[in-house]
Design a protein around this ligand. Structure first.
Ligand SMILES: C[S@@+](CC[C@H](N)C(=O)[O-])C[C@H]1O[C@@H](n2cnc3c(N)ncnc32)[C@H](O)[C@@H]1O
Length: 210
C-alpha cells in the first residue's frame, strides 16, 4: 500500500498527507480506515479505545475533532511507535482528542493459556463506545488479539461497536470463533475489505424461557 492511497481520506478529513504516521505494510489500509471513519462520523462515540497506534489513531482523532467531541485512547506497546504517533497527532493539532498510552505487554492467563497483552493499568476511562483492534502484532504469539474482548468486555458500553482489522487471516478468524462462544455471544459481521474486517456488537442477554 503506497502512501498515495491515503490521499482521498486525507482530502475528505482535511489532513495533511505529508504528516501521516505511515509505516509500509503495517499501517491500516484505506478501506479499513474508511469503515472506522464512517462509524465515528455517523455515531459520534465519546470514548474510543484502540489497540495498536498509528494511522488509525490520527484518522480517529481527526473525526473526533470534526464531531466536536470524543477521545481516542490508543494502547501501544512500542515506546518508539507511541512517540511517532504522538508526534503525528501534535503535527495535526489533535492532542485534545487523543492519548497514546505506552502500554508494554504483560502476561495474562485466560482460559488456562498465557497471553502477552497491553498493561491496561493506566486506562482509567468511562465506558468504551468503540473498540478498534489492530494489535498487538501477530508475531508475538498465536491469537495475539484474543485478550481484547475478555479483558475489556466489562468496560464496553452496551452499544459498543468493535472493529478488528486483518480479519481475513486464519489467526484472526480463529479469534472471532473463540469470542463467539461467549455468553451472550456478540453479533458478528464480516466485511470484505482488502485485509478483512470483523465488526462485533454486544447483544442483550435474553432471559431463558420459563
Ligand atoms: C498493525 S500495527 C498497528 C497499525 C496502526 N493501527 C496503524 O494504522 O498505523 C500493530 C503494531 O505493530 C507494531 N509495528 C508497527 N510498525 C511496525 C514495524 N514496521 N515493525 C514491527 N512492528 C511494527 C506497533 O507496535 C503497532 O502497534
Amino acid at each position: 500500500m503506497s502512501i498515495a492511497a491515503y490521499q482521498p481520506l486525507c482530502e475528505r478529513l482535511g489532513l495533511d498527507p505529508d504528516a501521516l504516521p505511515y509505516t509500509p505494510n503495517w499501517s491500516a489500509a484505506p478501506d479499513f480506515l474508511e469503515l472506522i471513519v464512517d462509524h465515528v462520523l455517523a455515531r459520534k462515540p465519546a470514548v474510543i479505545v484502540e489497540c495498536g497506534s498509528g494511522m488509525t489513531t490520527l484518522m480517529l482523532a481527526r473525526c473526533c475533532a470534526l464531531n466536536g467531541g470524543g477521545h481516542v485512547y490508543s494502547l501501544e506497546n512500542g515506546a518508539d511507535y507511541a512517540a511517532n504517533t504522538r508526534a503525528a497527532i501534535a503535527r495535526h493539532g489533535l492532542a485534545q482528542h487523543s492519548t497514546v498510552i505506552h502500554a508494554p505487554l504483560r502476561p495474562y492467563t485466560l482460559d488456562g493459556r498465557e497471553y502477552q497483552w497491553y498493561d491496561v493499568g493506566q486506562l482509567t476511562i468511562g465506558a468504551i463506545d468503540m473498540l478498534v483492534i489492530d494489535g498487538p502484532p501477530g508475531f508475538i504469539q498465536k491469537h495475539s488479539r484474543y485478550p481484547a474482548l475478555p479483558l475489556l468486555r466489562d468496560r464496553l458500553a452496551d452499544d459498543c461497536a468493535i472493529f478488528m482489522d486483518d480479519a481475513a487471516r486464519p489467526d484472526e478468524q480463529e479469534i472471532v470463533e473463540m469470542w463467539l462462544v461467549a455468553v451472550p455471544p456478540p453479533a458478528h459481521e464480516y466485511i470484505h475489505t482488502e485485509r478483512g474486517c470483523s465488526v462485533l456488537r454486544q447483544q442483550p442477554h435474553k432471559a431463558a424461557p420459563r
